[in-house]
Design a protein around this ligand. Sequence first.
Ligand code: SF4
Length: 293
Amino acid sequence: MEFVHAAKLVQTVNNDYSWFDTSYNMNIYRGCNQGCIYCDSRSSCYQIKSFDTIKAKIDAPIKVEKELSNKRKKGIIGLGSMSDPYNQYESELEYTRKSLKSMNKYGFGVFVITKSNLVLRDIDIFKKISEHSVCNIALTITTADDLLQSRIERNSSSTKERFGAIKELNKNEIFAGILMMPLLPFINDSLDNISKIVELAHENNAKYIFPSFGVTLRDNQRDYFFNKIGDKLKAQYITTFGDKYMCVSPNHKELRKHFEKLCDKYGILYKMSDIIEESRKYIKNMQLSLFSG
Ligand code: SF4
């Protein structure tokens, strides 16, 4: 691990809140060592040298506290878009934990993406954030098969542990669900995999599954991915997609239909607008005001 300087940590996002209602984005670490073979953050456009070496941003919690104290507009802050906020060093550094405390102190909401069950450590702060704002925790789950998971996301918590984390978060009344992405063509884009994920989501009380039936590939990321999947699959990708950025699963229509039917059966949300609406209902003070009204 290394320490690096960073000028600004809390970035405003310009996406009309369409991504889980977030209005800010924050990456406390640069680079990531969860080892996902498909990681988009590895792409050349982000210019992150030695991507697998974690770079902790010096004084990150102090800077976050200062930046949030100066922000007049409240909103939901997204964590985990470019680097897992619960990497192996976080248990010792507690940069994410300290930043969450500042978010609670200044009245911000949070949307976390992670593949680590270390996220459970911060349930106490998530509960406090849920009292005044949206607190939405997403565990990324791409396969129900622990062996495949260990090959495509080698350093992260197992699929079983991630489902366990979802169950525990929801048991603690924290709104939690699944990002089922990417579904890699010819690797994990099967009806069987989708069925198992949705069924396990139901068993573990996941409130939503937000899917993507394909993967994006671009410079550097593509080469890394091709090196990991072997010659046969690489040839299949090149024949099917050439150098396309969006590599959509050839049977995406059938997969989506099957996925939505199963989610409907179990009452699991999958549309972004529904997920956002439901996440707001988990704000405790809002629940109280509804009852008192
Ligand atoms: S956890 Fe996310 S940021 Fe980290 S390697 Fe995997 S996909 Fe990339």
